[in-house]
Design a protein around this ligand. Structure first.
Ligand SMILES: O=C(O)[C@H](O)[C@@H](O)[C@H](O)[C@H](O)CO
Ligand SMILES: [Zn+2]
Length: 327
């Protein structure tokens, strides 16, 4: 096995999140939540594009960006507590800011300051995305205000989990029978039985407990799964990603990163053997930031000797989507 290498590939952003690999363009998508920016980094050419999503408010947030299957210039994003469609040309390098083409859903009306956080598509291409209250500092917020939603190809939205504090990592087992989920403030990785046909989930249980494993300081954040069914988790405050075997609830490996606040992970590269990692500057004092040039950086970890699976794009009824965009 070759040696594990950690390389910073993109300079620091404020609150990196939502990495997603695009195989046919060999590029990594991710967001900078608090700046309402989406990023696109081309691995071979090192070209780096940033697009600002303009909601009309200077304080809006974007927490996810997922390609829409069959429409190379259209992406699903969140905008505060809404889900939106944006157009991002693959050919126009001078596009720096856009307004959303359509708002698909707005949730949590009873918690107006809530926002979407982590989101990902299940093996069928339905979007799962969760919400959270407004943080005053990392991990500091009114608890149990968030929910996890599932949006299907016909844009029907279902609330699948309530009373979430910080909606984070999502992953589906290779046999499509288990859904793994992280509420960061529950300090655990949980599992549900998952029905791939109906998207119903039930029988929640904890498969890995952070506090019981001596990780009381770390907050579990984003997560992905590898080809052997093990989970790779970003540890906020923990300066590392770790690999957990959910079948036995044990840590298999830890990989240290050069900065403290690790937010999310995804597999990418031509053969899905690179683990991309996002991080955050949030919560670091000016002093801490000055001595931590890697804070908020995006990293590529190679040499792990294991691979991931291709991510799923949002598979939506394109006629319905076009009606939404036209209206
Ligand atoms: O990256 C995210 O998921 C959140 O948006 C962040 O705010 C952190 O996770 C949180 O502060 C600590 O868990
Ligand atoms: Zn996260």
């Amino acid at each position: 096995m070759s040696a594990v290498q950690v390389k910073q590939v993109v300079e620091g952003v404020h609150l990196g999140e939502g990495p997603h690999w695009v195989q046919d363009q060999q590029c990594l998508l991710f967001v900078d939540i608090t700046k309402s920016n989406v990023h696109r980094y081309f691995l071979q050419t090192k070209r780096h594009q940033v697009l600002h999503i303009d909601s009309g408010s200077s304080e809006s947030t974007v927490s996810l960006i997922i390609p829409i299957e069959g429409e190379p210039d259209l992406f699903l994003t969140s905008l505060d507590r809404s889900l939106a469609v944006v157009k991002w040309s693959t050919t126009d390098p001078d596009q720096h800011t856009v307004k959303p083409k359509a708002i698909l859903h707005t949730v949590d009306d009873h918690y107006p300051t809530n926002r979407f956080n982590d989101g990902k598509c299940d093996p069928q291409g339905r979007l799962w995305a969760g919400t959270m209250g407004k943080e005053t500092a990392p991990g500091q917020l009114d608890m149990y205000q968030g929910s996890l939603f599932c949006i299907d190809a016909d844009l029907n939205i279902t609330n699948r989990v309530n009373k979430i504090s910080i909606a984070n990592g999502l992953a589906w087992s290779l046999d499509r029978k288990t859904f793994y989920y992280i509420d960061s403030l529950a300090h655990s990785i949980d599992a549900f039985d998952y029905d791939d046909a109906t998207s119903k989930i039930e029988n929640r249980r904890t498969v890995f407990d952070y506090k019981a494993s001596g990780l009381a300081k770390d907050l579990p954040d984003g997560m992905c799964i590898d080809e052997t069914g093990n989970l790779w988790v970003a540890n906020f405050f923990g300066k590392k990603v770790m690999c957990v075997d959910p079948k036995v609830g044990k840590i298999i490996r830890k990989v240290e990163l050069p900065t403290q606040n690790i937010t999310s992970v995804c597999w990418g590269g031509a053969d899905y053997s690179t683990l991309f990692v996002t991080s955050a500057q949030t919560g670091l004092s000016a002093e801490a930031l000055a001595s931590d040039p890697a804070a908020g950086g995006t990293f590529a970890i190679t040499g792990l000797g294991v691979r991931g699976l291709p991510p799923t794009n949002f598979k939506v009824n394109l006629n319905l989507l076009k009606e939404k965009i036209a209206s």
